[in-house]
Design a protein. Sequence first.
Length: 172
Amino acid sequence: MAYSLYDGTIPVLKAALKDTAHLLEVAQKQPNASSLLGARLCEDMKPLTFQVYTVTKFTEIINSRLSGRETIVYEDNMTSYDEMHARINEVLARVENTDKDVVNKLGEEAAPTAMGPGVTMDLAGKVYAHGVTMPNILFHVSITYAILRKEGVPLGKADFMMPFVREYVPGM
């Protein structure tokens, strides 16, 4: 069977959400868990809650685009672990109900795509997925990991990698 757009996007989106949830689960168990919500990698970067917001926002955007569904617009208003987990679970449920044939079809179609304030371009769904949203999502998952490590949360490479491995390797 040929490797499709669905195969290269939807499992990665699921893994990014599961990875973010796992990182938060470890963070919640720390004595300084509440202070981690506002932690930043650097002073001029956004806090942990924003990283989770951005992972869920862009996952929702590209999943909706590739599945032909209306995008749910989320606000950057999460202030607790419970709210972050609820958002992740809501977006994950939508990703898990994505039809492979629809993704592969819509990935070929170009549509006006917002690329920043006042900038719109016609991009195929697959270009938007692999050139814009997925790198953005993975960046913010990585920053989530980096913030937590900087703050002393006991995470290792396996904590970051295993959700991705599990999406592609049965039985892991």
